[in-house]
Design a protein around this ligand. Structure first.
Ligand code: A2P
Length: 271
């Protein structure tokens, strides 16, 4: 008997095969951005800030998976994701139509560098993000460990238009008002939102705001200091490279899980 003739039910399921999780909630922010929440298997463990493969079955029955940052913190009973909608994107064109009750595939191996383990201890944590690069920081700012490790947590989010900043605004407000997290985050957590193509409280690319020193003036903090400051960066490849250059110029060194240091980077995944 050939493998193709094996009845489906008799086929061996790989221990690494994704699990099927149920969509619990979907919220659309703009015509290009949405978040959704899934059931979390009790065996699914991750560190806040990590990413995992998620996806849907294709018409031919094979899984179509893409890397997504987990936007919920590691203690949450559910999993949250923040996604772009690409009209002709193989996954996001279909993922954007999910409804509560639908199934989404979840990989079994979360991983990543935007984690506390990859940073050496410090006093002030900066999380610099553009676009959907805010997603891992939605996890990090909702993790109590962040406030145990740092006296100050500054999350920046830069997008082209104001409506694209709604998710980070909502997450930070929710965190500050949260029953348990609020107490830890109040007086420590601050969000700095900026727009590049529309009027907003702050204007301009994060790179320009760092270089000119306006970011630090606006926040009332000293310039970047390798002794005290730790940094996580998530955005497009270009954004990461440009912010990384500024961190190196300020004297910070790049860390990893194997060799923790003063800043860490990860590209924002766009399905
Ligand atoms: P800009 O409008 O000046 O291009 P995108 O949607 O293209 O990923 O961009 C998201 C945000 O990141 C935009 O505000 C964009 O600014 C900004 N951005 C794009 N490239 C860089 C970069 N190399 N360094 C810093 N910010 C960037």
């Amino acid at each position: 008997m050939t493998a193709d003739a094996t009845p489906v039910a008799a086929k061996k399921v790989s221990p690494n095969a994704p699990t099927e999780e149920t969509v619990l909630e979907v919220k659309h922010y703009t015509d290009r951005l949405f978040r959704f929440r899934l059931t979390r298997p009790s065996s699914f463990r991750f560190r806040s800030g990590e990413f995992v493969m998620i996806g849907l079955y294709k018409d031919d029955g094979r899984p179509l998976l893409r890397a997504y940052s987990i936007a919920s913190p590691s203690w949450d009973e559910e999993l949250e994701f923040y996604s772009i909608k690409v009209p002709d994107g193989p996954l996001t064109s279909r993922l954007q139509a999910i409804q509560p009750g639908d199934k989404v595939l979840l990989g079994k191996k979360p991983t990543g560098t935007l984690v506390h383990d990859a940073l050496v201890p410090g006093k002030r944590l900066y999380c610099f993000s553009t676009g959907t690069g805010f997603a891992p920081f939605a996890s990090v700012v909702r993790d109590p460990e962040t406030y145990e490790k740092f006296d100050e947590v500054i999350v920046t989010h830069t997008c082209r238009e104001a409506a694209e900043l709604d998710y980070s605004k909502e997450i930070v407000e929710e965190t500050l008002n949260h029953e348990f997290l609020g107490e830890l985050a109040q007086g420590k957590l601050r969000r700095y939102g900026s727009c590049t193509r529309e009027d907003y409280e702050y204007k301009g690319r994060i790179t320009d705001l760092i270089e000119s020193g306006k970011l630090f003036e606006d926040l009332g903090v000293p310039p970047l200091n390798p002794e005290t400051d730790r940094v996580m960066i998530c955005g497009s490849m270009e954004m990461i490279q440009d912010v990384k250059d500024l961190m190196l110029k300020a004297g910070l060194t790049e860390g990893s899980n194997a060799s923790p240091a003063q800043f860490v980077i990860e590209k924002a995944f766009a399905g």
